[in-house]
Design a protein around this ligand. Sequence first.
Ligand code: ZN
Length: 81
Amino acid sequence: MPSYTCSTCGKEFNCHVSLQNHVKVHDNAIVDRALQKIFEEVEQAYEQLEEKEELKEELSYDKQLEEEKEFSYEKQLKEER
Ligand SMILES: [Zn+2]
């Protein structure tokens, strides 16, 4: 009688279909773990993105202030002439 051995856990089955059905259990576990990892990474990336967005807002605010300063300086120069 041929036996089919699961390459993941070593369990033996006497028909190919049984092994195929059994292997899905491992596949699901692997997929679950992979998905869990992806979710965690996405969450982390999202948190980092939020931090970056905050930083960007701060930077653009500073830039705006500088541009306003430059503008008023130019205006002053024009008025002096
Ligand atoms: Zn197995």
